[in-house]
Design a protein around this ligand. Sequence first.
Ligand SMILES: NC(=O)c1ccc[n+]([C@@H]2O[C@H](COP(=O)([O-])OP(=O)(O)OC[C@H]3O[C@@H](n4cnc5c(N)ncnc54)[C@H](OP(=O)(O)O)[C@@H]3O)[C@@H](O)[C@H]2O)c1
Length: 332
Amino acid sequence: MDLLVIGGTGFLSSAVVAAACEAGHHVTIVTRGRASRPVPAGVEALTANRSDRDALGAALGGRSWDVVIDTVLYRPEDAESAIHLFRGRAGRYVFISTDFVYGGEPRRFPLDEDAPRHALGAYGRDKAACEDRFFAAWGEARFPAVVLRPPHILGAGGLLGTGSLEGRDPWLLWRLRRAQPLVLLDGGALLIQPVHRDDIASACLAVAASEKTPGRAYNIAGPDAVTTRAYYESAAAAAGAPPPEVLALPSSAYVAAFPDRAPFAQNRAYSLRRLADDTGFAPQVRLEAALSEVVAALDACPAPDGPEPEPHTPLRDLLRRHAAEAVAALAE
Ligand SMILES: NC(=O)c1ccc[n+]([C@@H]2O[C@H](COP(=O)([O-])OP(=O)(O)OC[C@H]3O[C@@H](n4cnc5c(N)ncnc54)[C@H](OP(=O)(O)O)[C@@H]3O)[C@@H](O)[C@H]2O)c1
């Protein structure tokens, strides 16, 4: 098949390109030509800013693709451009959305794709608005869009840590190895279901190959839904570090201080049934293997530049004191 990836040299999109090449497809990418990852041999590279409709149209020429996989779409106006440019020229259009489209109302577990999308932040609201453009284009003119909603993505070259104050922290590996305590929302009780980028890449190909997927959205999370505490314990084990001491920060306090980070202060466990029913695909990469891969890649690089940031010491002292005071109050 002729397959176009919008993006192609970044963290996720390079995995999509690798999977498509491995599956024997003829792969073209379109990027601005800025990213440092090399374009794999045999992949055709086009150059355009996807937010510049005229430039993107010129780069695409009059060509058609069996499958387009859009990994860098964040704005509804870019979704409209995509629908305009690819109408009648894409056999399937796979849009990488996010689980942040879901809202904060009480959630059922595992959350399925029909859950309300009252996104809690601008990023999720814009992604939901992009989704809506595609759903409307399918309803009105059978534009063959498919939406994938990944949560936290793992893979070599990524950082450790999910949500809260300890998320995507370049120093986390070293802090785990020094047995420093971690401040986790609600003591790490919130659920998370990270997904390896190779599973997302496989899901892109699976939804593109199924007749049932156009006009529909699919969760694409990993095979393991765990508490964030278990995530950090697995990360510590992968790093050869002891299980971390965990200090509990109420998620309500975190969201009051950082309202735009409310999407991280949610239980994020997702049903993968629709994906399995419509494509036969189920994610394969277990959390421990994915975390080991991230750690190995971090170990292969030098430690982060610059001095280590101050690790929330006053907050830690406060949380320890409050925990002790709560125990004393309960015992009275
Ligand atoms: N990271 C997560 O945990 C997570 C979770 C849920 C969903 N997502 C979604 O996953 C997707 C992938 O994220 P990612 O960070 O891994 O990035 P990525 O897919 O690897 O994308 C970066 C690639 O896109 C190209 N690019 C960036 N801006 C462009 C533009 N305006 N026009 C053309 N090409 C452009 C970059 O090359 P140039 O710089 O050379 O243009 C690079 O090839 C995103 O849609 C994100 O919303 C991520």
